[in-house]
Ligand binder design. Structure first.
Ligand code: NAD
Length: 460
């Protein structure tokens, strides 16, 4: 089997792992083993399923510092966020362990007094999970934990750049699960495609381009599919929003983890003439600490690859050449090893410019203006994505109007666009998502299907 390599983004000479590159034939073999394992797992008691997830949660918790160091090393996530991600993984496992005991159906009135009419949920079979590198532990877990809790077997195809974390996660889960109930297929697009071609259900998170392809293939096969994809998320700043705290909140959401979150703020739409806000925003971005992600004081680490860093820096330079004003940053930090750049704030009048339309997936934020709330909402909605948005105001009526008008799956008031609660449904509108929501109670709906069962006590 050939292999893939994952290098540390802050030290590209540091080979974190060399992992097998699964071919289509390798994935097909894993699928048959997983499908076989599903038979017994789908009939396991809720005690057994919940017990396995609970034990995995404890193992994860005990290994918090080792796992967070691995996340820092492999994907360059600042250590405070990496530690929080492991804690979130623990909480996700515990939450879905408890969900294994939730009702799995309902009873309806039968068509005579003695007929029992029931609706029961059951697992799909072998579920394929295809995940990105930016939340290497939380995303695989928020998919795998419910899939397993509701009786599916799982194959995880992690992003190449997050192979080491995925393999370590597999160690922590597999020791509590029957053989082949949870498998990992490391590799690239070939492994992902083969999984979509053979699984009974697919959950994907990643870019819009790949997600659309995955959705098309899954729909062709007639299997359940959900795709969580990119964003171009806006925060609206109303005239009554206090400049410094608002700027600090948005700067962290735009630039934290070098802007590599699907919910990162990519546009700030400032309502009214607010030079004070632009100044406060630039000051808040300038104050962020950029550097070695293992330093607890650092908020902005490297970009995942040199290509990603160059793409983000080029987006800023192109906008500047086309009339935008770069208020701060945007340069490659070539004096350092690793794929660093200074976070960039770009003031632009034109909402249709690519920097205000496309997902840069880097520490780059466009600053736009609007005359009033309706204009700000129109601008926020004038992108193909619809993942998250927020509004900063102390006026309740304005907040409610914004919540009503913003065409996104997640809307926040006086909070940053980033931040997700695993016990609430998660997903976007338009090009950001396809298929049912994930997380929270929505997960049971996705990872199971219903059967309607009618039982009569009267023999014909
Ligand atoms: P990506 O689309 O390049 O890769 C995602 C996964 O798909 C990887 O495992 C990759 O190997 C696999 N893949 C690639 N080609 C494939 C194919 N043809 N068939 C099947 N699988 C294939 O995304 P990425 O660079 O890893 O992650 C960044 C993207 O993820 C951003 O667009 C970001 O917005 C998005 N993201 C979205 C969410 C969300 O919940 N909406 C969360 C995190 C990241």
């Amino acid at each position: 089997m050939s292999s893939i390599r994952s290098y540390s983004p802050q030290d590209p000479t540091d080979l974190v792992v060399e992992a097998p590159a699964f071919t289509s034939a390798d994935v097909a073999r894993s699928i048959s083993r997983g499908a076989e394992a599903h038979h017994a797992w789908s009939r396991a008691s809720p005690h057994e399923r919940a017990g396995a997830l609970e034990k995995a949660a404890s193992a994860l918790q005990d290994a918090t510092s080792e796992l967070s160091r691995l996340i820092v090393r492999e994907v360059g996530k600042p250590v405070a966020e990496a530690t929080a991600e492991v804690a979130r993984g623990v909480a996700i496992l515990k939450y879905f362990a408890a969900q294994a005991f939730e009702p799995d159906g309902e009873v309806l009135p039968g068509n005579d007094g003695r007929t029992l009419l029931m609706v029961r949920r059951r697992s799909h079979g072998l579920v394929g999970l295809i995940t990105p590198w930016n939340f290497p532990m939380a995303i695989p877990l928020w998919k795998a934990a419910p899939a397993l809790a509701f009786g599916n077997s799982v194959i995880l195809k992690p992003a190449e750049q997050a192979s080491a974390v995925a393999l370590r996660l597999a160690d922590m889960l597999q020791q509590w699960l029957p053989q082949h109930v949870f498998q990992v297929a490391t590799g690239g697009p070939e492994a992902g495609t083969a999984l979509v071609d053979g699984a009974d259900c697919v959950s994907f998170t990643g870019s819009a381009a790949v997600g659309r392809q995955v959705a098309r293939s899954a729909v062709d096969r007639g299997i359940p599919v959900q795709c969580e994809m990119g964003g171009q998320n806006a925060s609206i700043v109303m005239p009554d929003a206090a400049p410094e705290p608002t700027a600090a909140s948005i700067a962290a959401a735009a630039m934290g983890y070098a802007g590599q979150k699907c919910t990162a703020t990519s546009r700030v739409i400032v309502v009214g003439d607010r030079p004070d806000f632009a100044e406060a925003f630039v000051a808040a971005v300038r104050a962020l600490s950029v550097g070695d992600p293992s330093d607890p004081a650092v908020e902005v680490g490297p970009l995942i690859t040199e290509t990603a860093r160059d793409r983000a820096a080029t987006a800023v330079a192109t906008a500047s050449n086309q009339g935008a004003r770069v208020l701060f940053g945007g340069g490659r930090m070539t004096d350092r090893q690793g794929h660093f750049m200074t976070p960039a704030v770009v003031s632009i009048n034109d909402q249709s410019h690519p920097i205000a339309q496309e997902e840069v997936f880097g520490p780059v934020c466009a600053l736009l203006t609007a005359d009033d709330l309706p204009q700000a909402i129109d601008a926020a909605n004038a992108v193909k994505y619809g993942l998250a948005a927020s509004v900063y105001t102390s006026d309740l009526a304005v907040a409610l109007d914004a919540v009503d008008g913003l065409d996104v799956g997640m809307v926040k008031v006086n909070q940053p666009t980033t931040g997700v609660d695993f016990y609430a449904p998660f997903g976007g509108n338009k090009a950001s998502s396809y298929g049912p929501r994930e997380q929270g109670k929505a997960a049971q709906v996705f990872y199971t299907s219903t059967r309607t069962i009618s039982m009569s006590g009267v023999r014909p």
